[in-house]
Design a protein around this ligand. Structure first.
Ligand SMILES: Cc1cc2nc3c(=O)[nH]c(=O)nc-3n(C[C@H](O)[C@H](O)[C@H](O)COP(=O)(O)O)c2cc1C
Length: 200
């Protein structure tokens, strides 16, 4: 009997609190689990992710000098076939938590420039406002994917051009009823799984 390993998905929830972004990412990961993906989530709530100090220690030593919870992220990214970046929209773009995580992965580049190349990535952006900067947050995530050779996936035209976009109205009840956002998530997840099955 041939045993085929499940593909691994690593989702990062980059909100400073446990609320709407976490709800959406958990929902997405549950759908993927039901479709036989092995899913793991890193939630920045209660975790310590300090900002990059640009000390260049990683360039010399192939690891980051800062000792905090970033090791979980490094391992998750390295083991993943697919990566989901889920961020609340803050000041019209990604959260400062996510920005810190992105900067700290310079320590992975220091090991091997192509270390994340060929993985599949998708973006989830949750704004308090309907047009609060979700697309700018997606573009920031997609730019990160491209810098690292991660293949960015969208759900396509008609609502999910750049990824899954939500309008939370800063309320868990409201985001659960954001049917347009859920539709954009479903479409993006559909393409994400297509890419994983085709290219990994
Ligand atoms: C510092 C800060 C800045 C924010 N800036 C924006 C913004 O520019 N656009 C927007 O739509 N929502 C903005 N919001 C609202 C959050 O994106 C929104 O409440 C989101 O649902 C929070 O996600 P969470 O429930 O996972 O924390 C901001 C919230 C905070 C705390």
């Amino acid at each position: 009997m041939v045993v085929v390993d499940k593909m691994k998905i690593f989702g990062i929830c980059a909100s400073p609190r446990e609320n709407t972004t976490s709800y959406v990412l958990n929902h997405a990961l549950n759908i993927l689990k039901d479709n036989n993906f092995d899913c793991d989530m890193f939630n920045t709530v209660g975790k310590s992710i300090k900002p990059c100090m640009h000390c260049d220690y990683c360039l010399e030593n192939k690891k980051c000098i800062i000792e905090d919870d970033m090791d979980e992220v490094y391992n998750g990214l390295l083991n993943a076939d697919g990566i989901i970046l889920a961020t609340p929209v803050q000041s019209g773009s990604i959260s400062s938590n996510l920005s810190a995580i992105m900067d700290r992965t310079r320590a992975l580049e220091a090991v091997d420039y192509n270390i994340l190349r060929g993985k599949i990535g998708m973006s989830i952006a949750v704004g308090g406002d309907r047009t609060g900067g979700q697309d700018f947050a997606h573009l920031s995530n997609i730019t990160y994917f491209m810098i690292h050779g991660i293949i960015p996936v969208s759900g396509g035209p008609f609502g999910s051009n750049l990824g899954a976009s939500f309008w939370s109205n800063d309320s868990l009840d409201d985001i659960k009823n954001d049917s347009y956002g859920m539709e954009s998530l479903n479409r993006t997840l559909f393409e994400f799984q297509n890419f994983l099955n085709k290219y990994i």
